[in-house]
Design a protein around this ligand. Structure first.
Ligand SMILES: [Zn+2]
Length: 72
């Protein structure tokens, strides 16, 4: 059965990389640090929603989509 995405996650998916995680998103694992083209390193952090279990990856690379939603 497919979980329905909650309203906060729907909004989260449209935020830029500067957007803060919504109140029910918790960090999963440690951030992954990437060595970008000097001097711009960036990092990725996984999050999961406590309400609807949706998973996101947040990237601080401004060339990426800020918040990537992983459909279960
Ligand atoms: Zn959610």
């Amino acid at each position: 059965m497919k979980m329905r995405i909650c309203k906060l996650c729907k909004e989260q998916a449209e935020k830029s990389f500067k957007g803060k995680p919504h109140e029910n998103l918790v960090k999963v694992d440690e951030p992954r640090i990437f060595k970008g083209q000097s001097p711009r390193n960036y990092e990725e952090q996984d999050y999961q929603c406590l309400t609807c279990q949706s998973k996101f990856t947040h990237s601080t690379n401004k060339n990426d989509v800020g918040w990537t939603l992983w459909q279960g």
